[in-house]
Write a protein that binds this ligand. Structure first.
Ligand code: 8DG
Length: 130
């Protein structure tokens, strides 16, 4: 595990009216059916901000501006290791279309832990829940 490559994954924490956007992965593929923050893998030559803006456009059809970094969490899944880099984002334009997720929810910070989350997201959510 020590020598395996760590994937850099960005997660956008989009807030609206005091609630935070969570999306649910499909019942197939990685982290099946679990809730997460929208985002994805950072591509070569891309900044984290570029990756967030691209992923939220691709996955949800919304345009966001990255406001500030939150926390980075290293998590080892059985098949891969990821460094999850979370950022607070401001929604600029667009209406949400679920292109890559089965569900979405706007969640009060204190209720985030009620959702079945990808394991790497738990420290992020603990921080947001206060
Ligand atoms: N997007 C996202 N991925 C997360 C979170 N937490 C977490 O463990 N992951 C994992 C799930 C995946 O194994 C990996 C990111 O993969 P992804 O499938 O979202 O990335 P991508 O959009 O670039 O997808 P692809 O090119 O492989 O289709 O990180 C999270 O909050 N958001």
């Amino acid at each position: 595990m020590q020598n395996r490559k760590v994937l850099r994954v960005v997660a956008g924490v989009v807030k609206k009216d005091g609630k935070i956007l969570l999306t649910q992965r499909y019942d197939k593929g990685d982290e099946t059916g679990l809730w997460e923050f929208p985002g994805g893998k950072v591509e070569t030559c891309e900044t984290d901000s570029d990756a967030i803006c691209r992923e939220l456009e691709e996955e949800l059809a919304i345009q966001v501006e990255v406001v500030s970094p939150l926390i980075e969490t290293l998590h080892h899944y059985p098949d891969k290791s990821i460094l999850l880099c979370s950022y607070e984002c401001q929604w600029i334009s667009g209406s949400i279309l679920l292109r890559c997720h089965q569900k979405m929810a706007w969640v009060e910070p204190e209720k985030l832990l009620d959702f079945e989350l990808s394991a790497a997201d738990v420290p992020v959510v603990r921080m947001l829940a206060g």
